[in-house]
Each structure stands twice: as structure tokens, then as C-alpha cells.
Design a protein around this ligand. Structure first.
Ligand SMILES: *Cc1c(COP(=O)(O)O)cnc(C)c1O
Length: 226
């Protein structure tokens, strides 16, 4: 077992001091490790893979708040819609529509973040500013198609680099975009309050730049093999 409860307390306290919350990213890690963190009074966990998440949700305590943070395929939304607390990785309208449809079938409202591409790596997912504005305008013009969705903010992943200045700039870009669209293109600005940014390697910079949701895996659970 490799869950680091000391790190959990340290990072949670730091997050709280910055008015941010911590998502413990447990992808690929066994349920015992998740329970160790849960038993240290932590309830928010993040997963990347639908099948793995559904299996874990079935056997772990029902008061865990599961956040989906990986790339989500439209045809898999139905499996997580009954229980998911927040989806961080919405990057197109088709996906948002499907989440709305599946949420309606479950009589739920699902909190969603819109993923923005801020890194230099092309392999990372997310929308650019134009795509984001297009999506938000569509939601404003046809709110009836999105009644079961609560748009709660933006998510981004910085470049995987040692260059702290570059990471800082990328987080600042995300925060600036957040402020801009929130004023102009969001129907319910009070709900639109989350900035999901910061992982094990860059969470200190993210907190300084205004993150409200840290997504931290390896510092809590140890290195992953894949
Ligand atoms: C895996 C993952 C994380 C956590 O990464 P660590 O470096 O282990 O903290 C955060 N966000 C996303 C989107 C991830 O896929």
C-alpha cells in the first residue's frame, strides 16, 4: 500500500489556506490506497478511465465525490452520469449535449468544467479561446438544451517542463480567459467559479495563480507505472 497521509494533510492545509480544494487523483491505484486516503477524512477523488471508475465506485463508500478528469468519449457518458460529481474535461458541444441528455435520464444536474488547451504539447486535449467562446454562446442562445448542466469553470494542464516561468504564464492565460468569459458569456456567473489547475509537479505555482481545484496523484499515491 502506498498512500501518503502526511502529504495529504500538508497539501490539504495549503490548499485550504488558498481557498482551494484538493482532488486526490487515484487512477490506476487500488481501492485499498483510496480507502487509506478516505479514512484520513478526504472525500474527493479524481479518475481518468470510465471502466476503472465505475468498478471503484461500485465497491467504495457512497459518500465519495468522484471527479472525472480524463478524456471522455461521448458513448461512455452514460456509465458515469448516475453518480459523477464533476466532469473536468468537457471539450466540445457534442459531449456537453450528451452529458445533458444522460443527466436528464438520471434526474440529475451535473457540474462541468470546460477544458482549455494551454500547454505547448499538441497531444494534450482542450479547446482554444475561439472554440470556448463558440460553445458558451451556444449555451447562452439555447439554454433549454443544457438544463441538466451546471457550468462551473475552466480546467487546464500546463506543459510538462522544468520551465517554471512557462508554467506560470500558462496558468495566467487560463485565469485571464476565465475572467473574460465569465463576464461576457456565462449566464450564471456565481456558479462559474472553479479553476482546475495544478498537479503534483506544479501545484504551488497553480495555487499562486488562483487555482480552486488541485488535481494531485503521485504525491499522494506514489508514482504510476503507466
Ligand atoms: C494523472 C492526472 C493528474 C495527476 O497527475 P500527478 O502528476 O500524478 O499529480 C492530474 N490531472 C490530470 C488531467 C491527470 O490525467
Amino acid at each position: 500500500m502506498s498512500a501518503n497521509v502526511t502529504e495529504l494533510s500538508r497539501i490539504s492545509a495549503l490548499a485550504e489556506a488558498h481557498h482551494a480544494r484538493l482532488v486526490a487523483v487515484s487512477k490506476t491505484k487500488p481501492s485499498e490506497d483510496i480507502l487509506a486516503i478516505y479514512n484520513a477524512n478526504h472525500k474527493i477523488f479524481g479518475e481518468n478511465y470510465v471502466q476503472e471508475l465505475v468498478e471503484k465506485q461500485g465497491i467504495l463508500p457512497k459518500d465519495i465525490q468522484w471527479h472525472f478528469i480524463g478524456h471522455l468519449q461521448t458513448n461512455k457518458v452514460k456509465y458515469i452520469a448516475p453518480f459523477i460529481s464533476m466532469i473536468h474535461s468537457v471539450d466540445d458541444l457534442r459531449l456537453l449535449k450528451e452529458i445533458n441528455k444522460q443527466a436528464a435520464r438520471c434526474h440529475r444536474t451535473i457540474d462541468c468544467l470546460l477544458q482549455i488547451h494551454i500547454a505547448t504539447e499538441e497531444t494534450k486535449f482542450g479547446m482554444d479561446e475561439n472554440e470556448l467562446v463558440h460553445l458558451l454562446k451556444e449555451v447562452m442562445v439555447h439554454p433549454e438544451n443544457y438544463h441538466q448542466i451546471r457550468l462551473c469553470g475552466l480546467m487546464g494542464m500546463a506543459t510538462n517542463t522544468q520551465d517554471q516561468e512557462l508554467i506560470k504564464k500558462e496558468f495566467q492565460t487560463l485565469k485571464a480567459l476565465f475572467g473574460k468569459v465569465r463576464e461576457k458569456y456565462v449566464a450564471h456567473p456565481p456558479h462559474f467559479k472553479e479553476l482546475s489547475m495544478g498537479m503534483s509537479s506544479d501545484y504551488l505555482i497553480a495555487l499562486e495563480e488562483g487555482s480552486t481545484l488541485l488535481r494531485i496523484g503521485s504525491l499522494l499515491f506514489g508514482k504510476r507505472n503507466n
